[in-house]
Write a protein that binds this ligand. Structure first.
Ligand SMILES: CC(C)(COP(=O)(O)OP(=O)(O)OC[C@H]1O[C@@H](n2cnc3c(N)ncnc32)[C@H](O)[C@@H]1OP(=O)(O)O)[C@@H](O)C(=O)NCCC(=O)NCCS
Length: 156
């Protein structure tokens, strides 16, 4: 049996998402910001859960996206620290982009810190390419963001 289930986010998952978020980012989004994102127009959100414990909302990874016309923006992605480097993010992003493609998405776009070598490595492996920078994107450090994009017509 496949050990991981790809599922739409459900409200019972929020507690686990808040916990992973706080372990994953220097400036984690607070619960209210995550809830706000989930209720934004065009929001899409998915999780990976261990198949055996799926009913208990045991979230291993999450991705939040936002569809705007034919573009899908990756807003949030994180894997629980003890499960990293096992291919979970690769799988979650690929499955989420396939869903976005089915809903009419043509291009995926995201911002990433240039210092986040793990995420940049992941996105490159998934076929994203750098298309530019957004100056002083990350407050309060003022770090620029690297902008990466991928043509979803390549997604099966
Ligand atoms: C970035 C992140 C989502 C990757 O999740 P993951 O499940 O470990 O990623 P995968 O196992 O699918 O890795 C796929 C590839 O990405 C690259 N990669 C992932 N983690 C890496 C690391 N720590 N260092 C270098 N490359 C890395 C590798 O090329 C890897 O392939 P490999 O393991 O065969 O070498 C995870 O590290 C994370 O949650 N980080 C904190 C939150 C974050 O930075 N989110 C992204 C914001 S834009």
């Amino acid at each position: 049996m496949d050990p991981w289930l790809f599922l739409p986010f459900c409200p019972d998952d929020l507690e686990a998402v808040v916990a992973i978020e706080s372990q994953s980012f220097e400036q984690p989004w607070k619960r209210r910001a995550l809830e706000g994102e989930l209720t934004s127009p065009g929001a899409l959100a998915f999780v990976l859960k261990a198949s055996e414990r799926a009913a208990q909302s045991d979230v291993a990874a999450y991705i939040f996206l936002r569809r705007q016309m034919d573009e899908v923006h990756i807003m949030k992605l994180a894997v629980t620290p003890e499960l990293r480097r096992q291919g979970l993010a690769s799988r979650l992003v690929a499955q989420a982009l396939a869903e976005a493609r089915r809903e009419g998405g043509i291009r995926a776009i995201l911002e990433v810190r240039p210092s986040n070598t793990a995420a940049i490595g992941l996105y490159r492996r998934l076929g994203f390419r750098s298309i530019g920078k957004r100056k002083r994107y990350y407050g309060p450090t003022g770090e620029d963001a690297l902008v990466m994009a991928k043509n979803l017509e390549e997604v099966p």
